[in-house]
Design a protein around this ligand. Structure first.
Ligand code: PLP
Length: 477
């Protein structure tokens, strides 16, 4: 690399041959990372590396940059690309992301609107998902950062359907009330807080066998109406974050129809059982009857971060809640300012990245059947983990496994307090040793080990080895 080849014309390379060979080096290192992913678990970032991330005034050439990224960035990932990572609910990423990422970087599309390829691709990807979910034709959608943002968009449409004037006035005298089951993800309360509805106006209903008690729901709605409240929103769970449980979505759709409520489904990961085999597919039956669905591609469709989607059955309500075009953004019949409708009219962002490309690349490259098989296999692995737990007399399941989440204690024979200490210790040790990543959750006050299978790289042998490692630590502990 000549010393000033990146500098003399400002920011573009002067010596393209040099840039080409350094970029190829980066590509090779990236492919090595993927190919050797099993040998590269999470590791703590050394202090010297953290300090190295500070921004320096001087530039460097591409060759030095590639070297630094290979040494200082690639090794210190979040662990979720490793085959024994089952913490929280995180996606594993796909080799197709690498191909899509290269193309995405060079076209640098802004998908807020206008007439160019990425917007047509986004419509195609959204429509494919709509059809899989069983939502009616003509439903609208927009790709967003994730389910958290999708939830805000859906709730705003729901709120304005009941009280359209709030778009201008912001607040009125009505007291809007929302309903969800206990254990709903906090994306729901956060969205209600952001919209000025307030999380105190979220009624958390008791669960019966992991599902909202529909009788209790109807009774609560009646009480709230009698007290002068304005029930407007019912939130169903397709894949609870703790246990992977599903509400009776058809039951909720019936209540929503009877009570004239907007039914939203949090399907962040669990919506994707729609394309799995039975019996798992049946868990999300009825999801297509929702007024809105929030889901992620970056969890259980394995696509790289970040990428979520909100789907809304009533396109007019969706657009009415968000469309706003000052004069400088007026659409045209022809040319680059054509291509109506524009995605900026369906969400919060005006400038938007090209999230559709990585989804489309994955769907086209692997085919729907391969992605669906990986989802079914994740459910099978969660069931296998449960079997392995039950085969060990000292361990205990927190709840039966219904989808892809397995929660258990390493020593059911200890006091709750001792179990909590031991399970936390086991989770941390396994992470630090790079053997496996479980996260923890509390079930009836006891800290438990939790595995969420949204990792297409995991195999039976990974489950067995991780359980053996838990057992060994539990025996010592
Ligand atoms: C992850 C998750 C969310 C939040 O989604 P983000 O994509 O992280 O914003 C909401 N609900 C459930 C059930 C989740 O698992």
């Amino acid at each position: 690399m000549t010393e000033n080849s990146m500098k003399s014309c400002g920011l573009d390379p002067v010596d393209w041959e040099d840039f080409r060979s350094e970029a190829r080096r980066m590509l090779e290192a990236s492919i090595d990372q993927l190919q050797q992913v099993a040998e590269r678990p999470w590791q703590a970032v050394p202090e010297a590396v953290k300090e190295g991330y500070t921004v320096r005034a001087e530039g460097c050439d591409a060759g030095e940059m590639v070297g630094r990224i290979t040494e200082e960035v690639l090794p210190y990932h979040g662990g979720n690309i490793h085959p024994r990572f089952w913490g929280w609910v995180q996606g594993s990423g796909l080799a197709s992301d690498l191909i899509a990422g290269m193309a995405g970087a060079v076209i640098n599309a802004n998908t807020g609107g206008r007439d160019h390829g990425a917007n047509y691709m986004e419509r195609a990807v959204i429509d494919w998902t709509r059809e899989k979910m069983g939502m009616p034709e003509g439903s609208s959608g927009v790709l967003v950062a994730g389910t958290s943002q999708a939830t805000v968009i859906a709730f705003q449409a729901a709120r304005l359907r009941v009280l359209p004037q709030l778009r201008k006035t912001g607040q009125g005298t009505a007291r809007l009330i929302a309903y969800a089951g206990e254990g709903i993800h906090n994306a729901t309360s956060k969205a209600l807080e952001l919209l000025g509805i307030g999380s105190d106006n979220l009624r958390l209903l008791p669960l019966v066998e992991g599902q909202i008690d529909l009788g209790a729901l109807r009774a609560q709605i009646a009480r709230d109406r009698a007290a002068g409240g304005l029930p407007f929103l019912l939130v169903g769970m397709a894949g609870s974050v703790d246990l992977g449980a599903y509400d009776d979505l058809n039951g909720l759709a019936d209540v929503a129809a009877d009570e004239d409520l907007w039914l939203h489904v949090d399907g962040a990961f669990g919506a994707w059982t729609r394309i799995a085999e039975q019996p798992w597919r049946g868990l999300s039956d009825g999801i297509g009857r929702a007024d809105s669905i929030a889901l992620d591609f970056h969890k259980w469709m394995y696509v790289g971060y970040d990428c979520g989607l909100v789907l809304i059955a009533d396109e007019a309500a969706h657009r009415a809640a968000f469309a706003a075009r000052p004069a400088y953004l007026e659409a045209a019949e022809r040319g680059l300012a054509g291509g109506d409708p524009w995605f900026c009219d369906y969400g919060i962002d005006l400038s938007r990245g090209n999230r559709a490309l990585k989804i489309w690349t994955a769907l086209e490259m692997y085919g729907e059947a391969a992605l669906a098989a990986a989802i079914s296999d994740n459910c099978r692995l969660a069931a296998l983990m449960a079997q392995e737990v039950e085969a060990r007399p000292e361990m205990g399941l927190a709840a039966p496994v219904v989808s892809n989440v397995c929660v258990f204690t390493a020593r059911a024979d200890l006091t709750p307090q001792a179990q909590s200490l031991l399970n936390s210790e086991i989770a941390q040790s396994l992470q630090e040793r790079g053997e496996a990543v479980f996260s923890t959750t509390r079930v009836q006050g006891v800290v438990m080990l939790r595995a969420a299978m949204t990792n297409h790289r995991s195999r039976d042998a990974d489950i067995r080895a991780a359980l053996a490692a838990v057992a060994a630590l539990a025996a010592v502990g």
